[in-house]
Design a protein around this ligand. Structure first.
Ligand SMILES: Nc1nc2c(c(=O)[nH]1)N[C@H]1C(S)=C(S)[C@@H](COP(=O)(O)OP(=O)(O)OC[C@H]3O[C@@H](n4cnc5c(=O)[nH]c(N)nc54)[C@H](O)[C@@H]3O)O[C@H]1N2
Ligand SMILES: Nc1nc2c(c(=O)[nH]1)N[C@H]1C(S)=C(S)[C@@H](COP(=O)(O)OP(=O)(O)OC[C@H]3O[C@@H](n4cnc5c(=O)[nH]c(N)nc54)[C@H](O)[C@@H]3O)O[C@H]1N2
Ligand code: SF4
Ligand SMILES: [Mo]
Length: 750
């Protein structure tokens, strides 16, 4: 290391794993990134994406200045001009068609960013619109809904006690490539290996023999879309064989009496047939789950982005509850993050969805959002309330949402669009104004969301590595909020920021359960007054949280200052049982068989009947599933040269028997056609996929005119979401169905 070099530590914000990084810099240049061996959580683990923070910062395609579209072309402008253009666009929209005609789409990186955590909400509140959409409805919304119904809060999400469990049943997840989701655990692969080293068992249910499946004791290559039937068949075996034992949660359960009757239809033999599995495996799994010292069940994208996503999420927790593994060491536990609000026993407000419906398809609202799969309907369908203007923040729905081609055309027809994004991507190329936030090195970081779904309680704050004169993303979002609220393009973003800080303090001093209840709000505000708003908000939340210093009441407790003094993070320990205090259902109980689930079960029973009788069992009818590879991150990191180098990863995986039957050979292309679209992709013949199933990764298709991704466009791949259908939804959550799509495959002619 040269004399001028310096080392900094920061958490990687790119995925849910929250790895600690050690960065070496010469001046403003990152010369090396490796895993931070002293990080309390990741202990030096890093994946290939973690080394690219410098490349992302330096990427010449990353926007440094706002863009405004003139005569169909994007040109760079100064910030004031860009905000003035936003103001003009918003006023025109509102005059022409009212607030409801403005919509929002919030993409995934919002949850990886403090600005997204704190400053999106005031923006949404500044306009009276129900047109709010996000990546959650192509992702985890089913899990929010099942947890909301069962535990009372959509954010009370139990996670497998990965480091202590003796048995893990995993469905539709591939953490060796994805590094885990809704289960924050840096070095997930290492943790799975250690599970087996200590004598534990890993079972993976996935139509593909993934790298995770290769680590498992057992791999069951299930037919896509049949996981809920499979899980309920296991539940039935537990009842039939007298293996149900609720353990210590029994006293907290509501609705348990009705479960046995409800699962009677899911006979192992019949279910095994539709799943394409062996009934003995179903029975074995039931006995193993019941017999294990401790056990957890974990499902992810493959089972959530499916027609019965919510039901499946419920059924996976149900098995944990039936076998006495809920809320106990080695089973499933609720994280208690440093930003949690303190828990208290007794009935809560419970979870409600469907407070309003989407205009065209009448899809129910969930968590204040409508399904992204219906946004094209709202844009295309004329009449009062038609969606005419859109703000996208950190998203790329043209590539990430179903029926991408239709969506692309719909966006082109909008009257006004603003995007907050560092890239001119397939979606933001439609924007009239693009507002780029500073780079990943130019912002501070704390994983607000992910420490709430983490396998240990951790707190870790990273200061910005490099300074910048450009507006922070907090400033950009605040200025948008002020414009939307009619305060004009020149209003000072500090107005919004001070309001947020003051509002939080006043809520805390007014809350009888807060550690600063009754304190003087001015005094608290003075204590955080010197900090930027983002840091002030974080500091207040940390200090009034369950581990906080209470602004003096517990001098040993957490504060931002304490985190700054601990650049490798602070480990607050393993997860602990949280019942009943974690429950906030209206009954104050764990609603193990919620009414909404009971109703949806009739839909599953109908599906079961049609699958048993119909052609769904015929493996010559192909269906499409997705996949992830470790070197990519949804749609937006294909512009990093080191990640996309080498072989084409956007291939159609197909089983040798299917390839032979269809006359497909390696080295040529296949044409894949679904109800909504058709694409061509290179063929990859592999026995590591179930017969009857083909797989394409998502996030590709970088060949659309007008985007500015020079590296990605050299190996564009195809958009798998031109095949996924925007019509079927998981009814309870509004989540899109991205797996198990019926397709036809043939040799491409050209
Ligand atoms: N490298 C990389 N890492 C990422 C991302 C990325 O794009 N690339 N994205 C991040 C994000 S936003 C998320 S949400 C997480 C997702 O994290 P994971 O859920 O682990 O994601 P996938 O790797 O897509 O795993 C889904 C698996 O489900 C299987 N599957 C498909 N259909 C079915 C089915 O019907 N039943 C069953 N049992 N399995 C099925 C697929 O074959 C696939 O292996 O990853 C995060 N991490
Ligand atoms: N077929 C299929 N489709 C899928 C999935 C699947 O498994 N199969 N997975 C789904 C899942 S789990 C997800 S999460 C979605 C993701 O869907 P989206 O969130 O819509 O898409 P991303 O590709 O994550 O795009 C993120 C955008 O955020 C920008 N960005 C990055 N960092 C920042 C930042 O700090 N600030 C701002 N303002 N912008 C930033 C990037 O430039 C990029 O344009 O895709 C979904 N789509
Ligand atoms: S696993 Fe996720 S958090 Fe860890 S280095 Fe890779 S991208 Fe970053
Ligand atoms: Mo996601």
């Amino acid at each position: 290391m040269s004399d001028t070099a310096r080392t900094v530590f920061r958490t990687c914000p790119l995925c849910e794993a929250t790895c600690g990084l050690e960065l070496t810099l010469e001046g403003d240049r990152v010369t090396k990134i490796r895993g931070d061996e002293q990080d309390v959580f990741s202990s030096g683990f890093i994946c290939p994406k973690g080394t690219t923070l410098g490349a992302l910062h330096e990427d010449p395609d990353r926007l440094r200045k706002p863009l405004v579209k003139r005569d169909g072309k994007h040109v760079e402008v100064e910030w004031d001009e860009a905000f003035a253009a936003v103001e003009a666009g918003f006023s025109r929209l509102r005059d022409e068609s009212g607030d409801e005609s403005v919509g929002f789409y919030l993409g995934n990186p919002n949850v990886h960013n403090l600005a997204g955590a704190f400053f999106v909400r005031p923006l949404l509140q500044s306009i009276k619109t129900r047109n709010v959409y996000s990546a959650s409805t192509v992702d985890q919304m089913p899990r929010h809904v099942s947890c909301g119904l069962m535990y009372g809060s959509a954010d009370a999400i139990p996670v497998p006690d990965l480091d202590r469990t003796d048995y893990l049943l995993m469905l539709g997840a591939n953490p060796v490539e994805s590094n885990g989701s809704l289960c924050t655990a840096p070095d997930f692969p290492g943790r799975l290996k250690r599970l087996r080293e200590r004598g534990g068992t890993l079972v993976v249910v996935d139509p593909r023999t993934t790298r995770t499946a290769k680590l498992a004791d057992r791999h069951l290559a299930i037919r896509p879309g049949t996981d809920p039937h499979f899980l309920l068949a296991i539940a039935k075996v537990l009842f039939d064989e007298g293996l149900v034992d609720y353990g210590s949660v029994a006293q907290h359960l509501e609705g348990a009496d009705a479960i046995e009757a409800a699962v009677q239809g899911f006979d192992s033999e019949r279910v095994a047939e539709i799943c394409g599995l062996d009934a003995d495996d179903i029975r074995l799994l039931a006995r193993e789950l019941a017999g294990a010292e401790s056990a957890a069940v974990y499902g992810r994208i493959g089972v959530h982005t499916a027609e019965f996503g919510t039901l499946t999420s419920w059924a996976s927790d149900l098995l944990v509850i039936l076998t006495g593994n809920f809320d106990r060491e080695g089973g499933m536990l609720f994280p208690y993050s440093a930003l949690s609000r303190k828990r208290r026993e007794g009935p809560g407000r419970g979870f409600k969805a469907g407070r309003w419906q989407s205009r065209v398809r009448r899809a129910p609202e969930v968590r204040g959002e409508l399904p992204i799969a219906t946004i094209a309907d709202e844009i295309e369908t004329e009449g009062a309330g038609q969606l005419r203007g859109l703000v996208t923040i950190a998203g790329n729905p043209v590539l990430s949402a179903p029926n991408g081609e239709r969506l692309d055309a719909a966006f082109a027809g909008l009257s006004f669009m603003v995007s907050v994004d560092p890239y001119l991507n397939e979606t933001t190329r439609h924007a009239d104004v693009v507002l780029p936030p500073p780079s990943v090195l130019e912002r501070s970081h704390y994983d607000v969301a992910f420490y709430g779904i983490s396998v240990r309680n951790i707190a870790n704050y990273s200061a910005a590595v490099l300074a910048t004169d450009a507006p922070s993303e907090a400033d950009i979002l605040s200025r948008l909020a002020l414009i939307a609220a009619g305060q004009g393009a020149d209003a000072d973003p500090k107005i919004v920021q001070r309001m947020l800080v003051r509002g939080l303090i006043e809520r805390e001093v007014g809350n009888e359960y807060s550690s600063i209840h009754g304190r003087d709000a001015d005094e608290i505000e003075a204590e955080v007054g010197a900090l930027p708003a983002t840091e002030a908000l974080l500091d207040i939340m940390l200090r009034t949280g369950p581990w906080g210093d209470g602004f003096g009441s517990d001098p040993e407790g957490l504060s931002l200052a304490r985190l700054e003094a601990n650049p490798h993070g602070i480990d607050l320990g393993a997860l602990e049982p949280a019942l009943p205090a974690v429950l906030s259902t209206a009954s104050g109980k764990l609603e193990v068989f919620p009414e909404a689930i009971a109703q949806d079960l009739t839909r599953l029973q109908a599906d079961f009947t049609s699958r048993s009788e119909g052609p769904a069992n015929d493996d010559t009818r192909l269906c499409l599933v997705g996949r992830r590879t470790v070197r990519s991150n949804n749609s937006w990191m294909h512009n990093v040269e080191t990640l996309v180098r080498g072989r084409d990863r956007c291939t159609l995986q197909i089983h040798p028997d299917d390839a032979t039957r269809l006359g497909l050979s390696t080295g040529s292309n296949a044409r894949i056609t679904s109800r909504v679209g058709s694409v061509e992709a290179p063929i990859e013949i592999t026995a590591e996929i179930r017969r009857g199933v083909v797989s394409l990764p998502h996030g590709y298709g970088h060949d659309l005119r007008g985007a500015g991704l020079s590296v990605a466009s050299k190996t564009p791949g195809v958009n798998s979401n031109r095949l996924t259908d925007d019509q079927p939804l998981d009814v309870l959550s509004g989540n899109a169905v991205l797996n198990g799509i019926p397709v036809e495959v043939e040799a491409a002619t050209a």
